[in-house]
Design a protein around this ligand. Structure first.
Ligand code: SAH
Length: 509
């Protein structure tokens, strides 16, 4: 027990696209002690939760209730009474068919403080992502949100089918897929023209979004043929015809492509967010993890003797990070580097270095060790001392070639790349079930570790039909050494290059 007053935030988590979370909702998740979520709330949002926060999944998929509504309510009351701040994430908006009203009433009854954070409801956003505006001056002047869950044959039904049928409103049904036949039947029986356009949008706003269209007459067959299931929004009305002109989301170049990201989680976010913006569904299965070197003494000794060096050569953003972490950890700052010249292997490393206020003296034309060597070859390197902080296991070409030029190279381990196998089972089952369109490899170690996750399985067979995208020739060679021929190799050996490669590849298909 604490003496803090607990509070429950009833949060609209939006329809699925993590970008549709409100700023206030994000703040509440970030400060919560307990996060309670169900299957409609995107699990991506959990990354905003504090590491210490308790995360509770309460399920609720159709009839499959992991916790009953009563138990969920009691859980919220119990946690809040312990003085905890509870973030109750609900799909879409909590007060639109979300039982948020009931939860609030119960909290009130128990004297628990609550706040409601409205969310972007699927009733509007799923149609919007399908190119269907729920109102439009040329088509309709009002919109109704209707439960599709109620059995329309129910005697004491509150469903006013005659009104729905006669109005020119856009009718938006939630929870209605199973009942589609009845909905259609009732609308037509009450006089709604059989050629009224209808759309169903499943998993709207996510990369799994699926949309089908028809008319009241045809939609049941269309849905059956497409095998479309819940959760979906049903839109009935003339605005549906605007989709032909206004569809945008499902026209994105990588829409619906399921792409595996193998890079370390800490570095994946840029690639993930860019791919997601292009419509891809990213599956983060990091195969590597970057950790500080176990033995920090060599780097510390080198930093203690920085005056002995002429050059500092950085081959990755990790090298930059761990070098500066160690420097600052030793109580020093960038003034210790004033006399040094710098070389970076690629533009991202250069940018990272610039974050520390340092402009690289050398940036090679292409982003690989060979090009750094070329850049040095026009200089007199005789007797020059070079500090090269980098990964424990790294290519030897750079120190070898610099040595040949007469330079003295001190290679020190700044970090280690280790195997991350947390996603092994997921990866194997996704590959076995052929649920992956593409795999991206951003370094040789992502390839080698990916293969080691597959253990003795036949990689070529598992990757059959999967597009393999490599960031550059060295990574591609590593893939080939495992019998895998990349379909895509980035022209520029960067993440942007990899994205361009994917876009070109899928654009040509
Ligand atoms: N409070 C939620 C609705 C919960 S009721 C909201 O405001 O969106 C559950 C129903 O919402 C589902 O049966 C489905 O009809 C709809 N739904 C929720 N998320 C959806 C999505 N991403 N795409 C399509 N329909 C969705």
């Amino acid at each position: 027990m604490t003496d803090k007053t607990g509070v429950v935030h009833l949060i609209g988590a939006g329809p699925g696209d993590p970008g549709l979370l409100t700023i206030r909702a994000k703040e509440c998740i970030e400060s919560a002690d307990v996060v309670v979520y169900d299957y409609l709330a995107s699990p991506f949002l959990l990354k905003y939760a504090r590491r210490e926060a308790e995360i509770i999944y309460v399920g609720k998929k159709g009839g499959d209730h992991t916790l009953t509504q009563d138990k969920i309510n009691l859980l919220l009351v119990d946690k809040a009474k312990q003085g905890l701040s509870v973030a109750r994430l609900k799909g879409g908006d909590p007060f639109v068919f979300g039982r948020g009203g009931e939860e609030a009433q119960l909290l009130l009854e128990h004297g628990v403080q609550y706040e409601v954070i409205p969310g972007v409801t699927s009733a509007i956003s799923a149609p919007a992502y399908a190119g269907i505006p729920v109102t439009h001056r040329d088509h309709t002047s009002f919109v109704s949100f209707i439960t599709g869950h109620e059995n329309p044959d129910k005697k004491d039904s509150s469903m006013q089918w005659d009104i729905f049928a006669k109005s020119n409103a856009t009718l938006v049904f939630l929870m209605g897929v199973k009942n589609l036949g009845n909905i259609v039947k009732n609308l037509m029986a009450n006089g709604k023209p059989s050629d009224t356009p209808v759309a169903l949008v499943r998993w709207g706003t996510t990369s799994r979004q699926q949309t089908v269209t028809g008319t009241l007459d045809t939609i049941v067959d269309v849905v059956k043929k497409a095998g479309l299931k819940s959760p979906a929004i049903i839109v009935v009305g003339h605005v549906v015809s605007l989709r032909q002109e206004l569809a945008w989301f499902d026209k994105k170049p990588l829409f619906g492509k399921r792409i595996v990201i193998t890079r370390a989680r800490a570095q994946a976010s840029g690639l993930v967010s860019q791919l997601t913006r292009l419509g891809a569904h990213c599956l983060e299965i990091p195969t590597i993890q970057i950790i500080p070197s176990e033995d920090t003494a060599p780097l510390e000794t080198a930093i203690d003797h920085l005056n002995n060096y002429d050059w500092l050569v950085l081959t990755s953003v990790n090298g930059v990070k761990f070098f500066f972490d160690t420097l600052f950890g030793m109580g020093k700052d960038v003034r210790a580097l004033g006399h040094l010249k710098f070389a970076c292997i690629g533009p991202v490393t250069k940018e990272r270095l610039a974050d520390y206020g340092i402009v690289s003296d050398i940036l090679p034309e292409t982003y690989r060790a060979e090009s750094v060597v070329d850049a040095f070859s026009s200089m007199d390197m005789q007797g020059k001392k070079i500090l090269l902080p980098r990964a424990k296991v790294a290519r030897t070409i750079l120190p070898e070639e610099l040595n040949k030029m007469g330079a003295v190279v001190d290679e020190v381990t700044a970090y280690e790349t280790i195997l991350c196998d947390g996603g092994k089972e997921t990866l194997i089952s996704l590959l076995t079930d052929k649920k992956i369109d593409a795999v991206t490899f951003t370094s040789s170690s992502t390839v080698a570790n990916f293969m080691s996750l597959l253990e003795s399985r036949d990689a070529a067979k598992l990757l059959k039909g999967v597009t393999v995208a490599s960031i550059g020739p060295i990574t591609s060679d590593t893939a080939r050494s495992f019998g895998i021929e990349p379909d895509i190799e980035a022209n520029l050996y960067t993440i942007d290059g990899l994205l361009d490669g994917l876009l070109t590849y899928y654009g040509q298909q």
